[in-house]
Write a protein that binds this ligand. Structure first.
Ligand SMILES: [Fe+2]
Length: 382
């Protein structure tokens, strides 16, 4: 069996209504808190007000930074840190999806370090950060239990997804309260759900997978396949199950990372504003199909363990779910042009941290085939 090191340092508090425990948890970690969130959901849903009240009643001074955009830039992280520094904050609380949580991790690092973000990106590892409490409001990223912050670096009009990485970025506490998902639009349930499914399956197929990450990944896959449609339709129970599964999938990538679905999807997000989870949902079946066609036995094994006949049935099952939530059938439908295919391949290959985790030999031709098939559109009729 492969050797591994297991470090589970996040206190996970899961359950409907557990947001009420935020005050006590926060007060044990600091007394001047920077609350990091996105630009609209937290305010419009009333949760921003609720959080400020909970934290204030527990004796914390609260500063709000509500300027995190989707796919946050490094510049936004610096702005958040400036706000935190001005107010001498010693604790960061993140409320939102992956964007808010990842930006908050960057801010927590900057508030404890004298160096620049750009000098500490992967392959470097950060060695310090302020304590962070993460409160997810989507059921996909798993950032509430990972040591990663994925940020966007813009340089000479080129956009890159860069990663800040290190155990100090693991939230000290994660509060997973499914009541917060009641407000989530159904498209975002689907998109973030397919991000979680990608995490679960990519962690499972990753070269860096371990017996423990396989356990987490496969259980997440099982739960997502069973719940994503009902969650999309609005079932509170199914949404709670998705929240749990996305947490498991986040733990799986914390150990095993993601591979080429994520590497391929970054181009769509960076240059066509395609939601990260939607990009993954569109590409995942193509990658799995190729892995199965190349005879990757571990996926066949996964299918059997999930009660399916074989690996191809798993691919068809995922394609059926993708179609049922209305995800477009081709990259062409998203407005991409055929003459971008070579740029897409080059961009995907540049994400070595992901590409190197692919479990099989991989060529530029393989990626071109995957993008071409995804561009032209799928075959399977629901
Ligand atoms: Fe992701």
């Amino acid at each position: 069996m492969k050797s591994f090191t297991l470090n589970l340092q996040t206190r996970i508090i899961f359950g409907r209504g557990c947001l009420s425990r935020l005050g006590g948890e926060a007060a044990s970690l600091g007394d001047r808190c920077l609350l990091v969130t996105g630009r609209s959901f937290a305010r419009e849903s009333g949760y921003l007000k609720t959080l400020v009240e909970i934290l204030s009643e527990s004796g914390l001074k609260v500063t709000v930074f509500d300027k995190v955009e989707p796919n946050p830039s490094i510049g936004t992280v610096y702005k958040g840190a400036e706000e935190g520094s001005k107010n001498n904050c010693n604790l960061v609380v993140a409320l939102g999806g992956g964007s808010a949580m990842d930006a908050a991790k960057g801010v927590a690092f900057l508030l404890k370090s004298n160096s620049k973000l750009e000098e500490n990106l992967f392959p470097n590892e950060v060695n310090d950060a302020l304590p962070l409490i993460a409160i997810p409001t989507t059921c996909g990223t798993g950032s509430e239990v990972t040591k990663y912050a994925v940020l966007t670096l813009v340089k000479n009009h080129a956009k890159r997804k860069v990663v800040l990485l290190g155990n100090p970025l693991l939230p000290k506490v994660s509060i997973l309260d499914a009541n917060l998902l009641n407000h989530l639009p159904k498209e975002l349930v689907a998109y973030t759900g397919f991000d979680a499914l990608s995490h679960a399956l990519e962690a499972y197929t990753s070269k860096d997978s371990t017996p423990f990450s396989d356990l987490l990944g496969l259980e997440a896959v099982r739960i997502i396949l069973e719940n994503i449609i009902e969650a999309f339709r609005g079932s509170p129970e199914a949404r709670e199950n998705m929240l749990y599964a996305s947490m498991l999938a986040g733990m799986a990538i914390n150990f095993a990372g993601t591979e080429i679905v994520h590497a391929m999807g970054y181009y769509l997000t960076n240059y066509h504003n395609v939601h990260h989870g939607l990009a993954n949902g569109m590409l995942l079946p193509h990658v799995l199909r190729m892995e199965i066609q190349k005879g990757f036995g571990k996926l066949e094994d996964a299918a059997l363990r999930l009660g399916l006949v074989n690996g191809m049935e798993l691919v068809k099952k995922i394609e059926e779910l993708v179609d049922r939530v209305g995800i477009p059938r081709s990259l062409k439908d998203l407005g991409l042009e055929e003459d971008e295919l070579d740029a897409m391949v080059a961009d995907a290959l540049s994400y070595e941290r992901n590409v190197n985790k692919h479990p099989l030999p991989l060529t530029a031709e393989d990626l071109k085939m995957l993008f071409t098939t995804a561009f032209s559109g799928r075959r399977f009729q629901a």
